[in-house]
Design a binder for this molecule. Structure first.
Ligand code: ZN
Ligand code: ZN
Ligand code: ZN
Length: 132
């Protein structure tokens, strides 16, 4: 392979990598910045204010927890609802390995596929389109 071909190939790989990152579009998940839970926004919030990094009922300024104590609020909740599932809560949002985020993305994907099926019957191969 000559250097010109290699250059082109590298450009394609970079492009692909970027697309893969874009497909994993966690910002499309609705998330409340007040209580950090999914599927509602701060105006619909009925929960208490939660600092998302330590899961305490206070704001960032009042937080005294060490960063090593930080954990994922949504995985704590997920664990409560799925007691038999072994999940790691020692991460903060947004984390791509977050199990509760993955679960919610799966749900979103399924809903989207259902909607797609309703709109254009028979065609639902493309899951990469998701920008609203
Ligand atoms: Zn909320
Ligand atoms: Zn705190
Ligand atoms: Zn998590």
């Amino acid at each position: 392979m000559d250097s010109e071909t290699r250059k082109k190939l590298q450009q394609i790989i970079v492009k692909l990598g970027w697309t893969i990152c874009r497909v994993y579009d966690y910002v499309s998940v609705k998330r409340c910045y007040r209580c950090s839970r999914f599927n509602h926004n701060h105006r619909e919030c009925k929960g208490k204010e939660v600092f998302s990094l330590c899961t305490g009922n206070h704001s960032l300024k009042q937080c005294t927890a060490a960063p090593t104590k930080y954990k994922c609020i949504n995985c704590m909740v997920y664990k409560k609802h799925h007691p038999t599932t072994q999940i790691d809560t020692a991460h903060t949002f947004p984390d791509k390995k977050c199990p509760s985020l993955k679960a919610i993305l799966e749900k979103y994907k399924k809903n989207r596929m259902l909607n797609d099926k309703r709109t254009y019957t028979g065609q639902h191969g493309d899951q990469t389109q998701g920008t609203d």
